[in-house]
Design a protein around this ligand. Structure first.
Ligand code: NAI
Length: 246
């Protein structure tokens, strides 16, 4: 078990990649905190981990709200006494081409995908500094390196996540804290539900493996980076995209 007895907070873990990551971490022996804005789905996620014999609690949090983030961190420390891993996975899309994007669409995506990651990392960073150990993992995207049609806001946020990942690796390494990101390609989750079938087929063709990825493919990457097997890895952006872009 790669993550035996580690305490891990996973944001956006009520469904999709976050939920798969919570299940994987639990199977690897971690105590998991399912942190999400969607209260109903949190319950389902916690129950499915418990059914597998794992340990999980759910905490409702909107990552854009600093007060709620502070409560999440405080409640986790109160419950488990420490925080070993945070996966900053919560994210949204609100797509529009540059000339049509509303200020609201811009603000919303930057708020969740960029400021939310900052909020969590800053709050947990203080706990990890005290512990002199910890792992912060951020959700990037292929879009954070290559851009994407209709995703000005999302691309800006994910490029920002890459920049923050490298900056925090430089700042926090001295406290025994590793910081890395995972950049998924096209992954089959509710996030891509609205994408037309022909676009998904095109993405499959573009992938060198002729596939879209599964949430579990990403969860496996997070589990590796969270574990001591990756103890010499920091400041890296791990692409998991079936060779979508090389
Ligand atoms: P999803 O839409 O299936 O799940 C996202 C989760 O985040 C949901 O449970 C939602 O309730 C939660 N969430 C949204 N706003 C929140 C907030 N303000 N506070 C707390 N929780 C919030 O998304 P998916 O596909 O699982 O994506 C997870 C991460 O992976 C995101 O950061 C996304 O940008 C990234 N990603 C996904 C890709 C894909 O193809 N699905 C590709 C590249 C990156």
């Amino acid at each position: 078990m790669k993550l035996k007895n580690k305490v891990a907070i996973i944001t956006g873990a009520a469904r999709g990649i976050g939920m798969a990551t919570a299940v994987k971490f639990s199977k690897e022996g971690a105590k998991v905190v399912i942190a999400d804005v969607n209260e109903l789905d949190i319950k389902r996620s916690v129950e499915s981990i418990k059914e597998l014999g794992g340990e999980a609690i759910g905490i409702k949090v909107d990552v854009t709200k600093r007060k709620e983030v502070d409560e999440l961190i405080n409640n986790t420390v109160h419950q488990y006494g420490r925080i070993d891993v945070v996966v900053n996975n919560a994210g949204i899309t609100q797509d529009a081409q540059l000339l049509k994007m509303s200020e609201e669409q811009w603000d919303k995506v930057i708020d969740v995908n960029l400021k939310g990651v900052f909020n969590i990392a800053q709050a947990v960073g203080n706990v990890m500094k005290e512990q002199k150990s910890g792992v912060i993992l951020n959700a990037s995207s292929v879009v954070g390196t290559y851009g994407n049609f209709g995703q000005t806001n999302y691309a800006a946020a994910k490029w920002g996540v890459n920049g923050m990942t490298k900056t925090w690796a430089k700042e926090l390494g001295r406290y025994g804290i590793r910081v890395n990101a995972v950049a998924p390609g096209f992954i089959e989750t509710p996030m891509i539900d609205k994408i037309p079938k022909n676009v998904i087929d095109m993405m499959k063709e573009k992938s060198l493996l002729n596939e879209v990825g599964s949430p579990e493919d990403i969860a496996n990457g997070y589990a590796f980076l969270a574990s001591d097997e990756a103890k010499f890895i920091t400041g890296t952006i791990l692409s998991i995209d079936g060779g979508l872009v090389i």
